[in-house]
Write a protein of this length. Structure first.
Length: 238
């Protein structure tokens, strides 16, 4: 597998980080729509991405050429507030002007295998994503790819897989694989808070974490605040 190339962007605070992320997304959308007529973005769950969605809503981002996909979904009843789709709809999508048939939710319900199969089938019609947004967890997970679980980073891996026994609730989820998340023009990982500093230290030290398996040809842009980039322990030396 190709090496992961990473650009680290450290911001003084979450506000600056979100504001730069918002302008980058708007730029990527404008470019994609001008050159290819549509913009395919993959959304992440989590608290940092949620602040970004609120910011995108305030900026009036979205429109008829946007297509929204999800990096993962939690197997919970439709409309449950813990579902990533519900969170993103409430924070942004419902008012974004993106046609609802272009908001491609993962139908993660009682049968995660079937939900993964049908999302993978839907994704067959889609080429490279324009932009993938990801978060990371304290343990280095990204989307719903957890340590010691399959990440599907190998060439030929399915686009979406069912996840069982996730260490973060709920235990059943559906996730895009590292291989499919890597098939993107741009990948942005948003990381804030001191709780993530250890995961960042391990990632920079070259450990094989789920997030390390995402390897787009153009590299990964990591947007961090200073707390997440806490240099105690000499990151990069491990
Ligand atoms: C999920 C997310 C997950 C998330 C990270 C970061 O559904 O759990 O997709 O991968 O992005 O756990 O979440 P926080 O920003 O809340 O720490």
């Amino acid at each position: 597998m190709a090496e992961q190339s990473i650009r680290w962007h450290v911001f003084a605070d979450v506000y600056e980080l979100i504001s730069e992320a918002e302008s980058r997304i708007s730029r990527a959308a404008a470019e994609a729509i001008e050159n290819r007529g549509s913009f395919h973005i993959v959304l992440a769950g989590g608290t940092t991405p949620k602040s970004l969605y609120q910011r995108l809503a305030a900026a009036g981002a979205g429109g008829p050429a946007w297509h929204v996909w999800f990096g993962d979904e939690r197997c919970l009843p439709a409309g449950d507030s813990e579902r990533n789709e519900t969170m993103t709809r409430t924070a942004w999508l419902d008012e974004s002007g993106i046609p609802s048939e272009q908001i491609h939710g993962i139908l993660a319900g009682p049968d995660p295998r079937e939900a993964a199969r049908s999302y993978a089938a839907e994704l067959r019609e889609v080429g490279q994503f324009d932009l993938v947004l990801l978060g990371i967890g304290e343990d280095g997970h990204t989307a719903s790819l957890f340590p010691d679980h399959p990440a599907g980073g190998e060439p030929g891996s399915e686009s979406a897989i069912p996840v069982f026994d996730a260490p973060k609730p709920p235990p059943e989820r559906v996730s895009l694989t590292a291989r499919r998340l890597s098939d993107a023009r741009e990948v942005m990982v948003l990381v804030t808070g001191g709780g993530k500093a250890e995961a960042i230290r391990r990632w920079r030290g070259g450990e094989d974490l789920p997030v390390s398996r995402v390897r787009p040809a153009g590299g990964v842009d990591v947007f961090l605040d200073e707390e997440a980039m806490d240099s105690v322990g000499e990151p990069g030396q491990g």
